[in-house]
Write a protein that binds this ligand. Structure first.
Ligand SMILES: [Zn+2]
Length: 58
């Protein structure tokens, strides 16, 4: 894990990696927030560290 020094010490935008803006947390802009939303809606959003097919392992 990299710990780049940030002004506010918060994580960067998960979409483009730019500094997060207070008004658009946790994204840098509404545009990136919309991108993230579309990922959710398209069902291709994978949550790190949370496997979806873990109820019936082979
Ligand atoms: Zn962004």
């Amino acid at each position: 894990m990299q710990a780049k020094a940030s002004k506010s010490g918060e994580k960067p935008c998960p979409i483009c990696g730019k500094p997060v803006v207070e008004a658009s947390k946790p994204f840098c802009s509404e545009r990136c927030r919309d991108v993230d939303l579309n990922r959710w809606l398209s069902g291709s959003y994978a949550i790190p560290g949370k496997p979806t097919d873990d109820e019936d392992a082979e």
